[in-house]
Design a protein around this ligand. Structure first.
Ligand SMILES: [Zn+2]
Length: 616
């Protein structure tokens, strides 16, 4: 099953009464499959930021229960705090973490808004990626006027809520929900105690840029003389260009430096439409979706760049770290390491590890744990504090820490041999496939950088990628096969007194049986992937490893065959004839493809082997 993780970060207008906050977080934790990560109350803002994660449906349910509880427990009529707010649940963003897109998270926000509007009669606005129109994207704009202005705002047709009645709900105010990317808080540490060293680099990185200067007297940009926009002379700030008009300079910045000057000035609170003569000239920073400042941390005795990355898919931690390393070097400084503040999505760290592996000429398709370790070392994540993967990384691939694959090889084989029906053929078939996939990846990775030509190199890289993916899926399947019948067994225990109960039980049993079919079918498909990867590794890989690849596709075929046998036997009690016929056809097709591949790859492999042995 696809591994999906969504983060939800609702803000509630209550920061002082722990009992009330507790009622809301209890409602969140009561939903199965949701993990509460953080509760951060602010007495001055009179606001609490709550963070929880889980699978999409569970997170959506928990978000609704939280909004519902907040509507019961909190009363906006007497609320005052130092933070802008419009409702009891003020803002509720859904954030993609793993296996889900921003658009799908926007859909969760729409479903929350719809239900809140209908069941709780709370007017609801959508913002950012879920916004129904461009002018509602910005949270500050949607929240303008705050709770006190909401009654009038709702009377304005331009501000009709996206969901719920356009009627002022005095107790709850309005909900603002939406979707945004994960915010990564990331600090880069320097070998310096001087905060100005960090600030000078931070201003080079951040989207907001910095005031432009010329005539630096040392390596630091801030040592130069300030530039101003004057009548007839609008300096670019990045290069020696001076435009005769603001428009000319704006055009130059877009063409030569890739940014919108008016937008840059707006980020610096300068409205270009009102004229800029007499204002300080500005230059853009290197990265979009990047905020950065410099500070000194007494606990570390080091200056740091404190960075917020609001869309790591556009600007990643590696992007800013490598730029910082270059800028530091030019200033005689050294980056000693970096630090993830709070949490980081698995993909962000995995991609970082793969980036450094590629840069080293290594295959990026090696076991996940090795890639993450490489990321932690390359980024110096343990520099100022220990970096604990389990605690810091959200959306790590699923595992069964107490399952069969956590046993020693010896204990596992012994367990199979005991007089208990499980683990049996299904788990062994998955394990055979996993080993075949692992061999495919091994041979491909061994030949990385040594292949005959670019085409062979690309084929091997793809074989390593598919081998790793199939291996990870099949390792999970070793344990999941044992649980494949759980839904069926639970259904069998349902009451069967009345005819209605009997029908309900039978239907649940049929659903359970289909799950017991899906698990080995998915394994068989992963085994076929492993076979193809192993065959490609044999064809293009190092000849010295040819028998490893041949063992690989032979083992994976055993896994495929075993998976299909399990599909067929689990089909026998299913009553849906159309489903059975369709499934049998898929099995036949997959089996034929596997048999053909096995026959061809075996004869090709044996011919190559004979050639190597000098008998050909
Ligand atoms: Zn320029």
């Amino acid at each position: 099953m696809a591994h999906q993780v969504v983060e939800c970060v609702p803000n509630f207008s209550e920061g002082r009464d722990p009992a009330k906050i507790r009622q809301i977080t209890d409602a969140i934790e009561a939903v199965a499959g949701v993990r509460l990560l953080d509760v951060d109350p602010g007495p001055d803002t009179h606001r609490t930021v709550v963070t929880f994660v889980g699978a999409p449906e569970a997170v959506l349910e928990a978000a609704f229960q939280a909004v519902k509880t907040a509507a019961q427990v909190l009363d906006m009529t007497g609320h005052h705090g130092a933070h802008p707010r419009m409702g009891a649940t003020d803002v509720c963003p859904f954030v993609p973490v793993e296996g889900i897109s921003l658009a799908e998270c926007a859909d969760l926000a729409r479903r929350l808004g719809d239900r809140v509007g209908r069941e709780l009669a709370i007017p609801t606005y959508l913002y950012e990626a879920a916004a129904s129109r461009p002018e509602r994207r910005n949270l500050a704009v949607v929240r303008k006027g705050e709770y006190e202005g909401l009654e009038d705002k709702l009377k304005d047709p331009a501000w009709a809520p996206d969901f719920g009645p356009a009627v002022f709900n005095a107790r709850s105010g309005a909900l603002i929900t939406g979707a945004r990317e994960f915010l990564i808080a990331y600090n880069v540490t320097l070998n310096s105690r001087d905060k100005n060293h960090a600030t000078d680099i931070a201003f080079e990185l951040r989207e907001k840029g910095r005031v432009a200067r010329r005539g630096q007297t040392d390596a630091f940009y801030s040592s130069g003389e300030l530039l101003f926009y004057r009548e007839g002379c609008f300096p670019c700030g990045n290069c020696g260009f001076d435009g005769a008009t603001f428009e000319e300079t704006a055009r130059h910045c877009l063409e030569a430096h890739g940014y919108d000057l008016a937008h840059l000035l707006a980020l610096n609170d300068i409205d270009a439409t009102r004229g800029v003569v007499g204002r300080k000239a500005h230059r853009g920073g290197l990265f979009r979706h990047c905020k950065a400042i410099g500070w000194y941390v007494d606990g570390y005795k080091r200056a740091q760049l404190s960075i917020n990355l609001t869309d790591y898919k556009v600007t990643s931690p590696v992007d800013v770290l490598e730029a910082t390393r270059r800028l530091a070097l030019a200033r005689g400084l050294v980056v000693t390491g970096s630090e993830i503040v709070g949490l980081v999505p698995f993909q962000a760290l995995h991609q970082a590890g793969q980036h450094y592996l590629r840069a080293q000429g290594k295959s990026p398709f090696i076991p996940v744990a090795d890639v993450l370790e490489n990321a932690a070392f390359s980024m110096g994540l343990g520099d100022v504090a220990p970096f604990d993967l389990e605690r810091k990384v959200l959306g790590l691939p699923p595992s069964h820490p107490k399952g069969l694959m956590a046993m020693t090889g010896r204990a596992f084989v012994d367990e199979v041999s005991r007089e208990t029906p499980a683990p049996g053929g299904g788990s062994i078939a998955a394990l055979a496939g996993a080993l075949g996939a692992a061999l495919a990846s091994m041979v491909a990775n061994l030949t990385q950088g040594k292949a005959a030509d670019a085409q062979a190199e690309a084929a091997l890289l793809e074989a390593a990628r598919r081998g790793q993916a199939a291996k990870d899926a099949l390792v999970l399947a070793v344990d999941e096969d044992t649980n494949a019948f759980n839904a069926y067994m639970e259904a069998r225990r349902l009451p069967a007194g009345t005819p209605a109960e009997k029908a309900c039980r039978l239907e649940a049993m049929q659903r359970g049986l289909k799950i017991a079919v899906d698990v080995p079918l998915a394994s068989a498909q992963a085994c076929f992937e492993a076979m193809e990867a192993a065959a490609a590794a044999m064809r293009h890989g190092n000849p010295a490893s040819i028998t490893d690849a041949m063992v690989g596709f032979t083992m994976a075929f055993a896994g495929l065959r075993g998976g299909l046998w399990n599909v067929l036997i689990n089909l026998k009690d299913i009553t849906d004839e159309a489903y059975k016929a369709g499934m049998r056809a898929r099995c036949t097709e997959l089996l034929q493809a596997g048999q053909t591949l096995l026959a061809e790859a075996t004869s090709e492999g044996e011919a190559r082997l004979e050639g190597m042995l000098g008998k050909g």
